[in-house]
Unconditional design. Sequence first.
Length: 381
Amino acid sequence: MKNIYLQILENQSGNSPLVLATVTSAEGSTPQKPGSSALFSEEGLIAGTVGGGIVEGSVQKLVSESIISKKSYHIDFNLANNITDVDQAICGGQIRILIDSNLLNYYSVFEKVKRSLSKRIPGVLITMVTNFTEDNVLINRYWMDSHNKPEIPVEFMEKIEPEVNSIITKADPSDYRELKLSLTGEKPASIFYLEPVLPLPRLIIAGAGHIGRSLSHLGIMLGFEVTVIDDRPEYANSYNLPDASHIIVGNIGEAMLSIEKSDDTYVVIVTRGHKDDAAALKPCIGAGLAYTGMIGSRKKIAEMRKQFIDNGWATDSQWNTIYAPVGIEIKSQTVEEIAVSIAAQLVMVKNSRKSEDGRPKSVLRQAQQIRNPQSEIRNRE
């Protein structure tokens, strides 16, 4: 899903009010964790979530009030209610939500976020909250990355900057941090919430046929920036690929060679023929990608492996990092089910990249052992 701060920019129209609700802390069992946000307009929820159900309903009532009053709130919700309380949440924990009704005050901050993300520069959104009462809350927001250092009092920056650098280095989107800081004699203390805002991982799909189209849709839903490549204009177009972030029409091998690659790039090769598969795969070898997967029967994969190794295009160890046949075993039969099996493997790898080499042995072993029925497909797109 597109970053919610970019959606603020896209949905802001004149003085039309938008309100952002963010989970700032959670204890026990809760529907969402710190950093989860939901964006609201006068018509209701636009994007994101702070938990859904009863919690989100309660938040939406406060949002309606804040749109009129322009008040911001920082409120605790107790979710440890009895099951007989039919109108209350019973998750068992406690959640605190910040409701910010003055987003126009930080429009320039969100524009800085957009500029950084467009250059694939990670950073941290710093939200400073001073709670006088639940409905008397002062909020300030700042953006910090390797090129932007906000104007925050030195006494605060001495504590904030090491945390921000640590968050950027760690590059974990769930690494949401809280610092309570105050100047001498200041009451109440201010709370600084540090939220990592990272470029979306990139999913490059070589092939715009039926599987590529379905996978493009799923990739966007799962939070990837999706690029689809095909040399057929009748397939590589916005009508066939309405969800794709980018569409490249041209020679698949040449496009794969020229496209920027990094350790947060995921490549899935689902072209219409073996020749295009090989052309798409060659530039991926040794490129340090997070994931490379290729569709095909076991026989085809074995023949391509021999060709790549015999020609010196890949070593044994390099070939063994390729997820081929691609996808995990869910007994896929339809095109859509095959796309789901590939998407599931992408999520598994993305969420498991915690080891030193970025690809845990357990994940690689699963990929080598688990194969999908799509590998026996004979009729290529």
